[in-house]
Design a protein around this ligand. Structure first.
Ligand code: NAP
Ligand code: GLV
Length: 313
């Protein structure tokens, strides 16, 4: 069995070593050294167009992340970019749910406990009690309650916050008030103090966080975007922050990454910026999950995480 790897930074050695341990029966080759040779599986992150187009040898393509927009976007350049009939398989949590829950919980607690206000007071040498927020008034909405969103929502509910979730199809998540579809969107959004975005990027969800959506939230709400940059209309967020509709935002993802030095977000102190680190691909967990799925496919067992190409996630 042959696995063909593509990682944009070209650091192949730890992946090859990891697969050699987890799947000793497989031979691992890099895309660069094996172009044109038939293999069984491709394991990729943001592959180039020429890697997948027209391939007839592949049994599956494994994506080294939860979001598959980096593969599906190839269809924008060439409608035949993806190998026909070959399943594309995303990572299913693989250690990302816990990381995202930590990141989002940290941001929520920082806002809820007014820690930025206390930091500003410290700068000014001020010792002053500030009126605390009431937990019951601090409703948090998680947009996208799939693998990662459900983990985030459950974690926040365990802190006692009122939590709402929104998905395409109806869901049940313990301790979370769930809403679904376009019909459920307004009830989900209305009056939220914190909106967390963890949707996949698809034609339906691109630009979803715009002025109209932000205006549905409570005055002085917070935004946490851990999904993808193109979900957010960046100029609408800047205007909402300047108008006080949004009191602060924590953004892990951007339309252009790295965020260009001249971008206005850098100069807005109410916007916190991190470089796409809210949930990293953990090499060991990811290799173990992909190896298990390859064994399942070989034995004819079903696997989770197969992408629906029509839906786009
Ligand atoms: P997932 O399990 O596929 O969950 C996606 C959720 O979004 C599902 O609940 C789905 O609804 C919902 N959804 C999709 N389209 C929708 C629409 N048009 N309207 C309403 N709800 C919609 O994906 P995941 O594993 O949780 O990952 C989510 C995203 O997180 C990834 O796609 C990726 O972009 C992002 N991510 C970011 C990082 C980072 O470091 N910043 C790391 C990992 C992932 P249904 O349940 O009804 O299908
Ligand atoms: C990272 O952004 C991922 O989609 O896994």
């Amino acid at each position: 069995m042959k696995l063909q790897l593509y990682v944009p930074d070209g650091r192949y050695a730890p992946w090859i070593e990891g697969f050699a341990q987890a799947l000793p029966e497989a031979q691992c080759v890099t895309w660069e050294e094996s172009q044109g040779q038939p293999v069984d599986y491709a394991v990729v992150w943001r592959p180039p167009l020429e890697m997948l187009k027209g391939r007839r040898d592949l049994k599956a393509v494994f994506n080294l992340g939860a979001g598959v927009d980096g593969i599906l976007r190839l269809r924008d350049t060439d409608p035949d970019a993806l190998p026909a009939g070959v399943p594309i398989v995303r990572l299913d949590d693989a250690g990302m749910g816990a990381q995202m829950a930590e990141y989002v919980t940290h941001a929520v607690l920082r806002y809820f406990r007014r820690l930025d206000d206390y930091a500003a007071q410290q700068q000014a040498g001020t010792w002053k009690f500030l009126k605390p927020n009431r937990r019951a008034d601090f409703t948090i909405g998680v947009m996208g309650v799939g693998t990662l969103g459900a983990h985030i929502a459950r974690t926040l509910a365990a802190f006692g916050f009122p939590v709402r979730g929104w998905s395409r199809s109806p869901k049940t998540v313990e301790g979370v008030q769930c809403h679904a579809g376009e019909a459920g969107q307004a009830t989900f959004l209305d009056g939220l103090r914190v909106l967390v975005n963890v949707l996949p990027l698809t034609p339906e969800t691109e630009n979803i966080i715009d002025a109209a959506l932000l205006n549905r939230l409570a005055k002085g709400a917070y935004l946490i975007n851990v999904a993808r940059g193109p979900h957010l209309v960046e100029e609408d967020l800047l205007a909402a922050v300047q108008q006080g509709q949004i009191a602060g935002a924590t953004l892990d993802v951007f339309r252009t990454e790295p965020l260009p030095p001249e971008h206005p977000f850098w100069g807005e102190p109410r916007i916190t910026i991190t470089p796409h680190i809210s949930a990293l691909t953990l090499r060991e967990d990811s290799i173990a999950q992909i190896a298990d799925k390859i064994r399942a496919l070989r034995d004819g067992r079903p696997i989770a995480g197969v992408v629906d190409l029509q839906r786009g996630y």
